[in-house]
Design a protein around this ligand. Sequence first.
Ligand SMILES: [Zn+2]
Length: 180
Amino acid sequence: MTFRPLVVGIADLRRNPGTRRQFTESVELSGLAISSASVPEGASIDVDLELESLSNGLVATGTITTPWEGECRRCLQPVQSRSVAKVREIFEPRPVEGETYAMADDMVNLEPMVRDAVLLALPLAPLCDEECRGPAPETFPTGSVIEVEETEDDTGPGPVSDPRWAALADLDFEPDESGE
Ligand SMILES: [Zn+2]
């Protein structure tokens, strides 16, 4: 039988709704890739969660840190970095497809949730450096890339967002200090 580090016994949590337990594990998962980046084979993904039992389910809150490798979209050089995904996901005996994850009475398999979080955290357009100008900036200027400029007299709530970038903004899992 294969050791599955993301299958977690939760009988103790289920007995007392509202109780919490930390779950920290480093795991290797294969086959995690999107067109622009992938998790190297054998690389460790750090799963750091708090599991809290609900009256009829479980909520997992925390971060999933994944190493990735890809190609800089401007200079095409190899890039390696790490991304942190913040997660807050619900597990229940009768999951809603696309919204919650499945669990059993006394155990839960966190792997599908971790896989989803890793895939969402991989960069759609990796850069070796924010300042990268590509291999031939004169011939192939990168001026079409939208840059956020900071101004002294900016009194607004923030830069006006381009709707085309809204989908990308949804993928922003940078930790924020404000909490939930
Ligand atoms: Zn580059």
